[in-house]
Design a protein around this ligand. Structure first.
Ligand code: AMP
Length: 216
């Protein structure tokens, strides 16, 4: 089952994708995570993307499309995936359909995680990420057991460089400009379901799981 999670930064796409991936036994593919890994590894793509990401802007389409196409060649996506962070624009939605069609695949379900600005800013301001395994925490809503250490692997927790106030507001602006056309695209395709992502993470996860079972 091929699932796309849409929503503003801070709606919980990362947290929901990770949990859903475990629940459904599917890989979680996050374009942001792949880009950050490239930045960390100092690859050519990472060097091109870093400055753009720190400004909260979108990395050029052709770079992200190539990266995704390569990722989809991994046989682990045979049964499906949870895609997080792509598409972000209408042209990217078209590209996703093309790349998937070239591999005989198509998107089954698009879940739109709708969240208020107040909750987004609160979530991103306190978000912590494990530098080793990528697990997500929040200083107050989901604190780690030991300060700044991952519960799962003891890796050091850090704050993403683009989770500062200025970059968050730019990311939200970019998101809002693009999202309406994506919603229209997937509504027309009868694939879109909207959920209130301000609710507690466990409640939202159950709702997404119910949708996934209903659609397939
Ligand atoms: P995320 O982890 O999804 O919040 O993404 C972090 C940053 O990576 C974004 O602010 C963009 O700079 C870049 N990025 C992630 N996904 C995409 C995409 N589909 N298209 C362009 N840039 C992206």
């Amino acid at each position: 089952m091929y699932i796309v999670l849409l929503g503003p930064p801070g709606a919980g796409k990362g947290t929901q994708s990770k949990n859903l991936a475990v629940k459904l036994g599917l890989p979680h593919i996050s374009t942001g995570d792949i880009l950050r890994q490239n930045v960390k590894d100092g690859t050519e793509l990472g060097k091109q993307a870093k400055g753009i990401m720190d400004k909260g802007l979108l990395v050029p389409d052709e770079l992200v499309a190539k990266m995704l196409d390569e990722r989809f060649n991994n046989p682990d996506i045979k049964k499906g995936f949870i895609l997080d962070g792509y598409p972000r624009t209408l042209p990217q939605a078209g590209t996703l359909d093309q790349i998937m069609a070239s591999k005989g695949l198509s998107v089954d379900l698009v879940v739109y995680l709708d969240s208020s600005d107040k909750v987004i800013i609160e979530r991103l301001g306190g978000r912590l990420v494990c530098s080793k395994c990528g697990a997500l925490y929040h200083v107050t809503n989901m604190p780690p057991k030991a300060k700044d250490l991952c519960d799962k692997c003891q890796g050091a927790l850090y704050q993403r460089s683009d989770d500062n106030e200025v970059t968050v507001s730019k990311r939200l602006e970019v998101y809002k400009k693009e999202v309406a056309s994506l919603i229209e695209y997937y509504t027309k395709a009868k694939k879109l379901y909207r959920l209130n992502a301000d609710l507690e993470a466990g409640v939202v996860l159950n709702q997404i799981t119910d949708l996934a079972h209903k659609v397939k």
